[in-house]
Design a protein around this ligand. Structure first.
Ligand code: BGC
Length: 436
């Protein structure tokens, strides 16, 4: 065996993440309604609204004809049956198990459990009990998210997250889940990327379709309150639970180190990365980190080098996870990578991204940062929100023309080797220079 051997500790969590609306199929919530209204518009816009025009390598031309067709087909912007994981979860968990995963992250869909305020659907509670048991039966540690972007229609109609009362409603939902299902799992990623989502959803771009920074800031306040109230409810029923968040952290870099860019970077680091955590810290047992890309800030707009980019034009920079982890370590909580991945239909960068990210995680661990696991986004190609089905994030390809057949990608097996051995072998340090 040549190369440097990097060992991860015994008991390290290895797995993949998903979310209900993106894989289950058959949901009725604020997103499903928004999709129906917006699919034609999104298909028409196609590639135009993506970063990929910035790509110096003419990224668009590498897309297969099939993918280009998918981009302009309105039906690809409606989640519909998604991956049908609602019915096929056993098959999906068998696949995860065959990849040597020992953990799996999913979300419980609020609109299924409480389709109308105060009306609890026991059938769906039992469905999720079976799902969670199917995980533990396979020795896959469940990580459960309670809010991954979608809302029941009654929440939407009462003003969504702009309405501070949504925090109390959410805490009631958290109470129900902890009381009825709390014995089935230990790790909770209560909210997924709340701050990012609050700002995105009031950018006018996605549901609820309103453009207002003030509303976005109000929503952030509601999410903070929601986490803190929900945590109390959960701990009441499940005192031994491990409460976390899945929080996006970007690696911000100051363009050319100009003083005004340094200031901007400091602001971005504080407001986008650490602010939310500070506000919920006393109700956190661990921090879940979603890390995807670099953001080189330059007054007004980003100036990323775009060396190696994903199909979505994201500036992939696995090295950035190292400073992000160092930054998070000041909170003195265990950290679990709850998402990391890329849209890569040809599967020619995924193995590289996983390995380089793990190399940098390992480096942070050597410096004493307490990282306990790595969950890749995502297990399956799934419904990528306003981008529809065309971005392919899966370790497993979903063949949408062939009964949603699951077809593992080559990179999934490479990752599986690491999961099995707890060992990452890297050639040398040269690879690191290639994407500076
Ligand atoms: C979200 C996922 C999404 C992924 C890729 C994360 O921000 O939690 O729902 O699919 O990024 O865009």
């Amino acid at each position: 065996m040549s190369g440097k051997v990097l060992k991860f500790p015994t008991g390290f969590f290895w797995g993949a993440s998903t979310s209900a609306h993106q894989v289950e199929g058959g949901n009725t919530n604020d997103w499903s309604e928004w999709e129906k209204k917006n699919s034609r518009r999104l298909a028409k816009l196609g590639f135009k609204r993506l970063n990929i025009t910035q790509n110096q390598f003419g990224q668009k031309s590498i897309f297969s004809e099939k993918l280009q067709k998918d981009v302009s087909d309105p039906k690809n912007y409606i989640s519909g049956i998604a991956c049908d994981t609602y019915n096929r979860y056993e098959e999906d968990f068998d696949i995860a198990k065959s990849f040597n995963h020992n953990a799996h992250r999913l979300s419980i869909e609020w609109s299924r459990i409480e389709p109308k305020k105060g009306r609890i659907n026991d059938y769906e509670i039992e469905h999720y009990r079976s799902v969670l048991r199917a995980l533990t039966k396979r020795n896959l540690e469940p990580f459960v998210t309670l809010h991954h972007f979608t809302n029941p229609l009654w929440i939407r109609d009462r003003g969504g997250w702009e309405n501070p009362e949504t925090a109390e409603d959410f805490a009631v939902f958290a109470g129900i889940i902890s009381e009825k299902l709390g014995k089935e799992f230990k790790y909770w990623t209560v909210l997924n990327e709340p701050q990012q989502y609050a700002l995105a959803s009031y950018s006018g771009w996605i549901t609820p379709g309103k453009k207002s920074l003030l509303s976005g800031l109000r929503a952030i306040r509601t999410y903070i309150k929601a986490h803190n109230l929900a945590a109390k409810e959960i701990k009441k029923h499940c005192p031994d639970s491990m409460l976390g968040i899945a929080k996006t952290e970007q690696y911000f870099e100051a363009y050319k180190n100009f003083p005004h860019n340094i200031l901007l970077k400091k602001f971005a680091d504080r407001f986008m990365n650490t602010y939310f955590i500070e506000k919920i810290l006393e109700n956190l047992d661990f921090i879940g980190l979603n890390y995807y890309f670099r953001n080189r800030v330059r007054s007004g707009y980003n100036k990323n080098p775009m060396g190696i980019v994903s199909d979505l034009g994201w500036d992939l920079y696995p090295k950035g996870i190292y400073p992000v982890l160092k930054q998070l370590s000041k909170f003195k909580k265990p950290i679990i990578i709850t998402e990391n991945g890329l849209a890569d239909a040809r599967d020619d960068k995924r193995e590289w991204l996983i390995k380089e990210t793990l190399r940098n995680i390992h480096k942070a661990m050597q410096d004493g940062v307490d990282v306990r696991g790595y969950l890749h986004w995502s297990l399956l190609d799934n419904f990528e929100w306003d981008k529809g089905f065309w971005p392919r994030f899966g370790l497993v390809e979903i063949d949408r023309e062939n009964n949603l057949e699951r077809k593992p990608r080559g990179s999934a097996y490479k990752f599986a080797e690491i999961c099995k051995s707890n060992i990452l072998i890297v050639e040398d340090d040269e690879g690191l220079k290639a994407y500076d």
